[in-house]
Structure formats: C-alpha cells, structure tokens
Write a protein that binds this ligand. Structure first.
Ligand code: BG6
Ligand code: MG
Length: 229
C-alpha cells in the first residue's frame, strides 16, 4: 500500500443490503426439499462464493456429495436461484442497510470513485431494486469474471474499470472469501462482522451502521504513513 485513496469497492450481499439472509433462506428451502441438514454455521462458509461452489459445499456437508450428476446439480442450483429470485422481488430502497447511504454520500463528497464487486449473478437486479445502480462508477459481477472470491480477479477488474491503482482502493466485505480476495488484490480490507472471524482484515466494524468514511479514511492514511516509513 503506497498511494492516496482513490476508490471504494463494495461487496453487495450482506454489505449494501441483507441479501445474505435471502441466500441462506433459499439454500435452506432447497436443503429441506432434499432432506439435507443445513445450518447457519454451514452457511457462513458459503458467503462470497459462487452458486455452484455453494451447492457443492451443501451436498458435501449433508453427506450427499456423490449422489447427483452434473446436470442434476445444475437443476438444483437453478431451483435455489428460483427461490432466491422470489425473495428478492420484495426488495425496495428501504432494504439498504443502515449507514450505507450516508457512507456512499461521504465517499462522493470526497470525489472518490465507487465500485461494486459481487459474486452474484443477480447483482444488477438487486442494485436496481435498491435504486442504487447509478451511484456506482462500475459494477462487476460473477458473469464477467473467471475466478471467484477468494481469487482477487473481481476486485482487480473493478479497479481496472475505475482506472485506479488497486493499492489506492478500499474493499468492503462481509465474507472471509471476500476479505481474502481484497487482500490478494493489494487493497485495504474493511470487514463487516465479528473481529475474531476477520483477523486478516485491516479494519473490522460490527455492522454497516458503524461505517464512518472519516474514520476509515483516517485508518487508511495511518497505514499509508506507516508503510512509507
Ligand atoms: C455472493 C453471496 O455475493 O453471491 C453468495 O455471498 C452467493 O452467498 C453468490 O451464493 C452467488 O449468488 P447468485 O445470485 O449468483 O446465486
Ligand atoms: Mg457478501
């Protein structure tokens, strides 16, 4: 890290809105239909990773890893997506998580660029429903990348589209895979969640309501100064 702050890149699910819960509910419904046990703990491992990888993990957790052909797995993933799309039909701008609007406004006032890097193929639908799509200078979703989080590709692609140095970016995430991806991209990582879960993040806040741009910028600048020494 050796450059002034240029951009902030957001994960979507669980950061801008609580769709992490909808993903959980949709997987839970599928798991129930398959009579596979599926808990909130197992769900934590699915945050930030792709639909197919999530399905593989759920089947493995439930001891059904080898019970389905590739085409059956595609159908199961499509079914989960149907459950999920039904849930997100209800999303409105009221579902933007606390603190996010003010955080976005503060970033804009500071004339920094804003991006979204989401592993979800439903990202544009969700951002539209939240009426937030036009707030971002770039939106990169799972359709545009080869490697999912924790690979850094999605964050690097966002930095490229924003025309900024990855070292001048802050990434915001609620998943371990996402924080790993941000760090691997050479960015400053802010995690939303419990401190003990995100030991590798540069900064951890418990909820989005605590996202203060002034405070995060101060922490970023301090790290920058220390890395210059
Ligand atoms: C991520 C979520 O943003 O997107 C994961 O954290 C989800 O839980 C993944 O599985 C893929 O989403 P979708 O909408 O393409 O199935
Ligand atoms: Mg997330």
């Amino acid at each position: 890290m050796a450059t002034d702050l240029q951009a902030v890149i957001f994960d979507l699910d669980g950061v801008i809105t609580n769709t992490a819960e909808y993903h959980f509910l949709a997987w839970k419904k599928l798991a129930n239909e398959l009579r596979i046990p599926f808990s909130k703990e197992c769900n934590e491992e699915l945050k930030g990773i792709s639909r197919m990888e999530s399905l593989e993990k759920i089947l493995a957790c439930g001891g059904r890893k080898y019970d389905f052909s590739e085409s059956e797995k595609m159908s199961l993933a499509a079914k989960k997506n149907e459950h999920y799309q039904r849930l997100i039909e209800e999303i409105t701008p009221r579902d933007i998580l606390p603190g996010i609007q003010a955080f976005i406004s503060a970033i804009k006032r500071a004339s920094l660029k804003l991006g979204v890097a989401s592993a979800s193929k439903n990202a544009l639908t969700v951002l539209n429903a939240l009426a937030l799509q036009s707030e971002f200078d770039c939106i990169v979703d799972a359709k545009e990348i080869k490697n999912g989080k924790p690979h850094p590709e999605i964050f690097l692609e966002a930095a490229k589209l924003l025309n900024v140095d990855p070292a001048g970016c802050i990434g915001i995430e609620d998943s371990q895979a996402g924080i790993k991806a941000i760090k691997a991209a050479g960015m400053y990582a802010v995690a939303i969640g419990e401190k003990d879960v995100f030991g590798n993040a540069d900064l951890v806040v418990t909820t989005t309501a605590e996202l203060s741009f002034e405070y995060i910028k101060k922490c970023y600048d301090m790290k920058l100064q220390n890395s210059d020494k």
